[in-house]
Design a protein around this ligand. Sequence first.
Ligand code: UN1
Length: 463
Amino acid sequence: MTAHAATLTSRSPADPSDILVQIPAPSAFAAVDAVDRARAAQPDWQAGGGAARSAALTAVADAVEAAADELTALAVREVGKPLTEARAEVARTAAIWRYYAQAPYEPTGAVHEAAAGAGLLLSRRLPHGVAGLITPWNFPLAIPSWKAAPALAVGNTVVLKPAPEATACAQRLAEIVQRALPAGVFGVVPGGAVEGNAIVSAADVISFTGSTAVGQAVARAATGRGVPVQAEMGGLNAAIVLPDAHIEQAAAHIAAAISGYAGQKCTATSRVIAVGTALDPLREALAEALRAVPVGDPADAATVCGPLISEHARGQVLDASHGLRALVGGTAPHAPHGPGWYAAPTLVEEVPPGHRLLREEVFGPVAALLPADDLAHAVRIANSVPYGLVTSVHTADLNTALSGLDRLDTGMIRINAPSSGVDFHLPFGGTKASSHGPREQGRAALEFYTSSRTYTLSPAGTM
Ligand code: UN1
C-alpha cells in the first residue's frame, strides 16, 4: 500500500458537490523552496528601480480589470461571495494595485542638518527581503492584494499562502500577478498549517489575516525569530445606536453589517447596543430590515446573504443562537436555497451575561440586541469583549459622538456607516485580540514592509 499524501480540496459553498481544486497538499519543503526562490529574486527586484516596480503594479491592476468578470465568477463559486460584493471586491483589488503603484515615487525618509558642525543626517527605508503572507478565504483577492502590493512596491518579494478554501482564487490571482512581474518575485504555496508554519519560519517579514488562535501563534513564532509581524484577527464588533439616530438608516446599515456575505467578515456587526429610547424603534426596524435581507444563491445579483463557507461553519452559527430568544432567524432559512450551507440572518435578545455570543466571534449572520442606559454605558458594553476591531456609531449629533467615544477601545470607528467596509488608503486594524503589530493598508503598510536606516554624512577631510 502506498501512503496517500494529504489532499487539499476546495469546494463551492453553494453546491458542495462542485469541487474547484483537489490536489495533493504540497509540503513544508515546497514552502521553504518558494521562500528561497523569492529570496534569490529580491535583489534584482529592488535594484530594478521604482519606475519598473510601479509599471509592474499598474500592469497587475490593468490585468485584474481585464479579468474582472472571470475573477468575480470565481469568487462567487469558490467562497460563496454574493455577486454584487464579489464584483466590488475585484474592483477594490484593481484599485489597491493602482494605489500602491504610486508608492515607489513617494519619499522614503527625511533629511536633517547635523546637530553640530557641517554634515547631514539622512533616514531612508529599505525592504526586509521576502514577505510571507498568510491570508484567509473571505476576501480571496483583496486581502492577498493589500498585503502583496505594498510589500512589492517597496522592493520586497512575496510568498503567499492562501487559505485552502480559496486556493483557486489565489492561484488565478497569482497567475495574473506573475505575468506582470519578473520570475520569482511573487510565489504562491497552496496548503494549510504545515505550509504556513514553514513560511513563518523562513520569511523576513510576516503578514497574517485569519483566526485569533492561529494569528497569536504566528505572532509568537515570528517574534521569536525577531522578524516583523502583523496579524489581523477576529472581531466582536458593536453598533451603538443613540436615541437621536436616523433609525431607518441605522437599521439598514446594521442589517447589512450583520448579514452581508453571511457575516463572514472580521468587520461584521455581532452586537447591537441600543441606548435608552432607541431600543424599541430599533428593535422593530432592525427586525424588519433583517427579515427583508435576500438570502440565497451567491450568483444572484440580488443576494446579500449567501451560504456559510462549510457545513461546520453553519453548525457553529446555528449553535450560537440556540436556546436564545430570536427576534428574527435562529434557524436554517425556510425557503429552499439549493444544497449550500445556508443560515438565516438572526437577531437575538435577552442574551445572558457571559454567553458565548458576547465572548467569541461566530463568523456568521448572527447578532445580539443589548440595551444601554446612556452612551457611557454603551461604551462600557462595547469594550467588555476580548476584541477591539471596529465599532459603528449611529447618531445625528457628531459632537456627542466624537466627545463620547474617547474611551471606546477599538481600532476603527464608523459613524452613520456599517461596521463592515474598508478604505484601503487608511490604516486598518484594532486593539486587544483583534490585531497584533503595526497596522496594515494605507501608507502604514509601506512602513511595515520596510525598516529604517539612518545615515550620518560628514564632509571628508574635517577633523
Ligand atoms: C471589509 O469589511 O470590507 O478579514 C474587509 C476580514 C477583514 C477585512 C474586512 N480583514 O474580514
